[in-house]
Design a protein around this ligand. Structure first.
Ligand SMILES: C[S@@+](CC[C@H](N)C(=O)[O-])C[C@H]1O[C@@H](n2cnc3c(N)ncnc32)[C@H](O)[C@@H]1O
Length: 232
């Protein structure tokens, strides 16, 4: 993992134009871990200092194991002991224009199982938000209020990095990544990039042994900038 000094020179355009740092391309398909990808994105995209970083769906903070980044944890569930216990759709008490980057990894499925009780999987993956008929069988309704707050608490030209997974629910594909990209533009972000992150194996379900859609082996990381331009 790159140290903090080299990160600082990477987001510093002056250092780049002086040739102080070497350009490293970033692939649009990523086979490593989320943590490694985040580090690569935080070296590649920022046009302003990317820290402090708000992780708006922290859970146990798997993304940041071994990282020395200045990460402010937020989660709606106090049991994870985040620095900020808050609903990221309101972010009460969080000052405006405070963060250089926001990371967002919302639940991508609703509560599992017929009785909708909270099971181990649901708790570990935050699958506790309603995702039924009243929400047209998707969790995309969570995005607009979050995006409004993300825009408020991000500095101008700050980055929003969102991990979004499509799903099949009630016998239809629900294209969460497409919803998120459209909603981010509507909220005033520029959607700059889309990275396909590959899992080691497809997600399988004991419930749907024969499903006539492809088993997803990927999710998307969507890169948005709180500004008008894509390229820095
Ligand atoms: C998929 S998990 C995040 C996993 C995390 N990125 C990791 O790698 O450890 C989603 C988390 O978002 C939290 N969450 C769900 N809705 C939220 C909301 N409205 N505001 C803040 N946190 C929320 C859940 O409690 C859960 O911990």
């Amino acid at each position: 993992m790159a140290d903090k000094t080299s990160q600082t020179s990477l987001w510093n355009n002056e250092a780049l134009t002086n040739g102080a740092t070497k350009y490293e391309p970033l692939s649009s398909v990523w086979e490593g871990s989320d943590g490694e990808l985040l580090e690569a994105m935080l070296s590649f995209y920022p046009s302003i200092e990317p820290e402090p970083i708000l992780d708006a769906t922290y859970n146990t903070g798997r993304f940041w194991k071994g990282s020395s980044r200045d990460v402010w944890s937020m989660d709606i569930n106090p049991k994870y002991k985040p620095k900020i216990v808050a609903d990221n759709r309101t972010m009460e008490g969080v000052p405006s224009q405070m963060f250089g980057t926001i990371v967002y990894d919302p639940p991508h499925v609703g509560p599992q199982g017929r009785d909708k009780s909270v099971k181990r999987f649901d708790v570990d993956f935050g699958a506790t938000m309603a995702c039924g008929k009243q929400h047209n069988w998707t969790l995309s309704y969570l995005y607009p209020p979050f995006l409004k707050q993300a825009k408020r608490v991000l500095k101008p030209n700050g980055l929003l990095l969102a991990k979004i997974t499509d799903m099949v629910n009630s016998h239809k594909s629900r294209w969460a990544h497409s919803d998120f990209m459209r909603m981010a533009e509507e909220a005033g972000f520029t959607v700059c990039d889309l990275i396909v992150k590959i899992r080691r194996g497809p997600m399988m379900s004991n419930k749907w042994k024969e499903a006539h859609h492809a088993r997803k082996r990927h999710c998307f990381w969507i890169v948005c900038r709180n500004g008008d331009s894509c390229e820095r």
